[in-house]
Design a protein around this ligand. Structure first.
Ligand SMILES: Nc1ncnc2c1ncn2[C@@H]1O[C@H](COP(=O)(O)OP(=O)(O)OP(=O)(O)O)[C@@H](O)[C@H]1O
Ligand SMILES: [Mg+2]
Length: 263
């Protein structure tokens, strides 16, 4: 199962990615998580101890590796380099596993709307596509950048794109844009996940204002989430209300995805 998580800045993408990863890992699944944030923070959200974190380095910042694989130094524009460098060994070599979750820090490059063609962008793009082709049991991508860069492989291999929203019109507006972009490239398997929901009024607001997307589930606003962050403990271990919400979304996802395969 391949899940991509997107949404406006700060809505809770990383929190959801970490929760779902741990739910599936604890259910005995083989989980790989890709952190696409330029300042990766999934390791923290998953509670990786410092000695594990020290082994993690974003692929986008591995200048020597990028030069070795693409034939050009990162930062160079123009000139010749390979657009499909070898990446098949990267997930095993550079991911780090803790409590059953394997984490790969992708980092990111500012590809920009015009589609920058530089060695590091070629490397990341090829790696994303490779991850989507691999036969991992569960792949979760915490997407920082938009969906428009990911292209064909995303459409063919992402089983579900989860768009996280807060109960605000702004975040629903972003969700609508993401949905449009996803639909433009042919990706229609999108679900909304409400987060930081404080009461029934907010729950109803999200349900009635969804930009035509099915709601997978909702996570309550809980002050213990910030407390977990301060204490350096995963939300999964510290905030039962969010763990329960993630467990029920994981079940729901399996159900809807099995159903869509049968249909
Ligand atoms: N259900 C919740 N209740 C209270 N606080 C929350 C909840 N979910 C997330 N937060 C807080 O909101 C902030 C943003 O969460 P998170 O980092 O998961 O969002 P994000 O979408 O990944 O952000 P970014 O766009 O910066 O990557 C964090 O401080 C987190 O502790
Ligand atoms: Mg994040």
């Amino acid at each position: 199962m391949k899940l991509a998580i997107s949404g406006k800045g700060g809505v809770g993408k990383t929190t959801l990615a970490a929760l779902l990863a741990q739910v599936y890992a604890d259910a005995g699944r083989d989980v790989l998580v890709a952190d696409g944030d330029p300042s990766p923070c999934l390791a923290g959200a998953l509670g990786f101890p410092s000695e594990f974190r020290a082994q993690l380095h974003p692929i986008a910042e591995m200048d020597e590796l990028i030069e070795e694989r693409t034939g050009a130094k990162p930062g160079t524009i123009g000139g010749f380099f390979t657009l499909n460098p070898r990446v098949d060994d990267i997930p095993e070599r550079f991911s780090v596993m803790y409590k059953g979750v394997r984490l790969l820090e992708m980092g990111s490059v500012d590809i920009g709307g015009s589609g920058c063609i530089c060695p590091e962008a070629a490397m990341l793009k090829t790696l994303f596509t490779h991850l989507l082709f691999r036969k991992d049991d569960v792949l979760i991508i915490d997407m920082y950048a938009g969906v428009e860069h990911l292209g064909r492989a995303t459409v063919d291999f992402v089983d579900a794109m989860l768009i996280v929203v807060e109960p605000t019109r702004r975040s629903l507006g972003t969700a609508n844009q993401i949905k449009q972009l996803a639909n433009d490239i042919g990706l229609t398997r999108c679900w909304l996940v409400g987060n930081k929901v404080r009461n029934d009024e907010e729950r109803l607001f999200l349900e009635s204002e969804t930009p035509g997307l099915p709601v997978l589930g909702m996570m309550p606003a809980d002050l213990a989430v910030q407390e977990a962050d301060r204490l350096g403990i995963p939300v999964y271990d510290h905030v039962p209300s969010l763990r329960l919400a993630a467990e029920s979304m994981a079940k729901e996802l399996e159900a809807v995805l099995v159903k869509s395969v049968v249909e």
